[in-house]
Design a protein around this ligand. Structure first.
Ligand SMILES: Cc1ncc(COP(=O)(O)O)c(C=O)c1O
Length: 388
């Protein structure tokens, strides 16, 4: 049966994680996989999550199935968190197995209603965007985004590409903390997109995986909300992996704005039923409990604030350390969220791995949230020495 299987595609992030695990050198440094680590290199269970889990362990009376849409209380509270309104007109929210599950579900929805649609993703983009869209049978094209040399947005080229989009096009954007570049759209850019969407009729699709890691929970959703107000139809996927630290609990949501909300809901349920059927409940219940409790919400906010501060401070420290070693990297201080891209060639990335046990994803993405303070100087020195 399986002799003729083509070799599996290599995932650029997971393959770095694997090579890192296999490296016996004790001083090795992993800047690849996108998880937050504290100053001691741990990815902790957040205290608000632990409290909610303890409470849940005491009070949960059943593990019976939930519905196809998952945990309804979760959907309600995260709709409020994302859109600033728990019951916005025309929107339907359903819980999904992480944002990844949501991306695939919404890709299947697009394919079911507009099979000849093209999904436009940023250049560069999250490594799994194109594979997920293609797996649903959709065409993928890319729009200019990052100017590697300056570490900024290719604004003119970006808007020129968006100006060419029409009714068969889906524009996939990162809500905040762009992965892999850290370069975000300004609020004026979102405003401009909002006026273009109503004139051109393309479908905006926003991936919100790092809310609260940029400037704050509200600030990081502001652009998405502007676009939501201007769009008759819109898609959003959302992840609890990073800002609740619930990575392995596979907790996320898909949101759809449309005039035919009931029809969309029916189709989404059908699509879910024939793949995973129901999303896992644990993480969603924990999130609902945290947001429904003023005390746990305050605790979660303070923990998220501390994570954001740590990443921002790491950005400044790395820029300073690189500058001390003779490399200007001021742009790192303007980027948002966990990632930035260093202008490194594939040969430099290989040298950093082979000579200094420093693991960086192909393309030069580094996870600043994975960098301990006592490793910053070593990293800066190695980059300048080996990246020439
Ligand atoms: C932009 C983006 N979207 C989606 C995801 C997937 O998130 P989840 O863990 O919720 O599937 C990630 C994870 O790294 C991401 O960076």
């Amino acid at each position: 049966m399986f002799q003729n299987l083509a070799p599996a595609a290599v995932d650029p992030i997971l393959s770095v994680a694997e090579a890192f695990r296999a490296d016996p050198r004790p001083h090795k440094l992993d800047l690849g996989v996108g998880v937050y680590r504290d100053a001691n290199g741990n990815t902790p269970v957040m205290t608000a999550v632990r409290y909610a889990e303890q409470q849940l362990a005491q009070t949960q009376t059943s593990k019976s199935y939930v519905g196809l849409g998952g945990n309804m209380r979760f959907s309600r509270v995260v709709t409020q968190l994302i859109l600033g309104n728990a019951e916005p007109t025309g929107w339907f929210t359903m819980q999904t197995p992480g944002a990844s599950g949501g991306l695939r579900l919404l890709a299947d929805l697009i394919a079911a209603s507009r099979p000849n649609a093209t999904v436009w993703i940023s250049d560069p983009s999250y490594v799994n965007h194109a594979p997920i869209m293609r797996a649903a049978g959709l065409r993928v094209a890319s729009y200019p985004y990052l100017d590697v040399a300056s570490g900024g947005l290719r604004r003119e080229a970006f808007f020129e590409a968006v100006a060419g989009l029409g009714q068969d096009d889906v524009l996939l954007l990162h809500g905040c903390c762009h992965n892999p570049s850290g370069v975000d759209l300004e609020i004026d850019d979102w405003q401009q997109l909002a006026s273009m969407v109503s004139q051109q009729g393309f479908l905006p699709f926003v991936d919100l995986a790092y809310q609260g890691f940029g400037d704050g929970l509200e600030q990081d959703a502001a652009g998405l909300r502007l676009l939501a107000d201007a769009s008759e139809e819109m898609l959003v996927v959302y992840s609890c992996s990073k800002h609740f630290g619930l990575y392995r609990e596979r907790t996320g949501a898909a949101l759809v704005k449309s005039a035919g909300s009931k029809q969309v809901q029916g189709k989404l349920f059908e699509l879910a039923r024939r793949s995973y059927t129901m999303p896992p409940d644990h993480g969603a219940e924990v999130v609902a409990m945290i947001i429904e409790s003023a005390e746990l919400t305050a605790l979660w906010h303070s923990e998220l604030y501390a994570m954001r501060q740590r990443v921002q401070s790491t950005r400044h420290q790395l820029a300073d350390a690189l500058s001390t070693n003779g490399m200007e990297a001021e742009y790192l201080c303007h980027h948002k969220g966990m990632f930035s891209m260093l202008p490194l060639s594939e040969a430099s990335i290989a040298r950093l791995r082979d000579d200094a046990a420093i693991y960086i994803v192909a393309g030069g993405r580094i996870n600043l949230a994975g960098l301990a303070p006592n490793k910053i100087d070593t990293l800066a020195e190695a980059i300048v020495r080996l990246a020439a």
